[in-house]
Design a binder for this molecule. Structure first.
Ligand code: Z5A
Length: 204
């Protein structure tokens, strides 16, 4: 049986990476084969592109083309083969990030993103997306406490993150069956309890 595809989304510091391991453990406890991966990245080429996207200033359309190039490789080499083998894939970020950061944050037209999305994975969408949503001030504080060196995106100002967050919530309103908004201003235990329930529904 084909595996399921789970993606984690949210503004920087909202907490998605903290929950990736928990989600994988919950699934493995149910004897499900799981791989975890991330975007941009997930392949040697994708990781090289990640270094460029996160650190080099560039035109918003160049940024969108590079994250979709990384995604094409990721789908071909990692995501699709794993799903075909019946494994579940958990990706820290996927295409909703492009709508949030490049469209919401940088002003790229959604039509351009939709063309690339159709080209790169018109046939595939995540089975479920957890959107970790926290007030900007909370996310910012967590990030500044946890990170030694901020990348190009993390150095952006509140206005940018506010636009990114609005774009995420717009996506969630457009795709309510797929995108589950998780209030991540709560404690880790409270969030895990909700994730646990959502995973039970996904597994059964
Ligand atoms: N990007 C893009 O522009 N377009 C695209 O299409 C894609 C990506 C795919 C890299 O992403 C960048 O790529 C991203 C957009 C761009 N922007 N940036 N930067 P990334 O996911 O690798 O980087 P990130 O967003 O900065 O992830 P992060 O630093 O790992 O943040 P997080 O996953 O949201 O948070 P966390 O690491 O789980 O938690 C941050 C800290 O808060 C940590 O110390 C935790 O222990 C703490 N934390 C988390 N949750 C809680 C709770 N509930 N209570 C207390 N403390 C908590």
């Amino acid at each position: 049986m084909r595996g399921k595809f789970i993606t984690l989304e949210g503004i920087d510091g909202a907490g998605k990476s903290s929950h990736l391991v928990f989600i994988a453990e919950q699934l493995r406890a149910r004897h499900i084969e799981v791989i975890t991966t991330r975007e941009p990245g997930g392949t040697p080429l994708g990781e090289a592109l990640r270094g460029i996207v996160l650190n080099e200033p560039m035109h918003p359309e160049t940024e969108a083309l590079l994250v979709f190039a990384s995604r094409r490789e990721h789908l071909a080499k990692v995501i699709e083969p794993a799903l075909e083998r019946g494994e579940w894939v958990i990706s820290d970020r996927f295409t909703d990030s492009t709508y949030a950061y490049q469209c919401g944050g940088r002003g790229l037209s959604e039509n351009r993103a939709a063309i690339l999305e159709e080209w790169v994975h018109g046939h595939l969408q995540p089975n479920i997306t957890f959107l970790f949503d926290a007030p900007l001030a909370v996310a910012r504080e967590r990030l500044e406490n946890g990170t030694l060196e901020l990348d190009k995106f993390e150095r952006e100002q509140n206005e940018f993150f506010s636009s990114v967050q609005s774009a995420y919530l717009k996506r969630a309103a457009e795709f309510p069956a797929r995108i589950k908004v998780i209030d991540s201003a709560r404690t880790l235990d409270e969030i895990r309890a909700e994730l646990g329930q959502l995973l039970v529904a996904l597994v059964s």
